[in-house]
Design a protein. Structure first.
Length: 145
């Protein structure tokens, strides 16, 4: 297969993958209720299940946890005592549960991501190494014919 045919296949593959990602995002956006929508219209969200992923903890007390994002704060009640976040210098938390209104969410499922920042750094390093390897391989293949 010639180099031009390979490039054409890569372009077609890129368009198909891009269209799939765009369609998936559009479908997810139509179904997922966001925290900003619930803070803007509390009554329509009451009882709806929300998922807050990788949020920063603003405050911790024995009966509640306050999560903070860009332009919002949410009080999470019913956080399991054995899952209360302690040292979170490198971590984030995720929580899922029904919206109670009044800026509150009941925690049905929680997860503490203690090493989130460390995982991001390692992921970026692996991606850079992979990218350099692919570029070196491609340049050798083009140079050698």
């Amino acid at each position: 297969m010639s180099g031009l045919a390979r490039c054409a296949w890569l372009v077609v593959l890129g368009v198909v993958i891009g269209a799939g990602v765009f369609d998936l995002g559009r479908r997810a956006d139509a179904r997922i209720i966001t925290i900003t929508e619930c803070l803007a219209d509390e009554l329509s969200c009451t009882g709806e299940t929300l998922s807050l992923a990788y949020c920063r903890v603003a405050d911790v007390s024995p009966d509640r946890v306050v999560l903070q994002g860009k332009g919002w704060k949410v009080e999470v009640v019913g956080w399991p005592p054995d899952e209360l976040p302690g040292e979170l210098a490198l971590g984030k938390v995720s929580v899922q549960g029904p919206w109670l209104g009044g800026g509150r969410l009941r925690a049905d499922r929680v997860m503490v991501h203690r090493y989130r920042r460390l995982k991001e750094v390692v992921g970026v390093l692996v991606l850079l190494i992979w990218g350099v390897s692919v570029l070196r391989f491609g340049s050798r293949r083009l140079r050698d014919g």
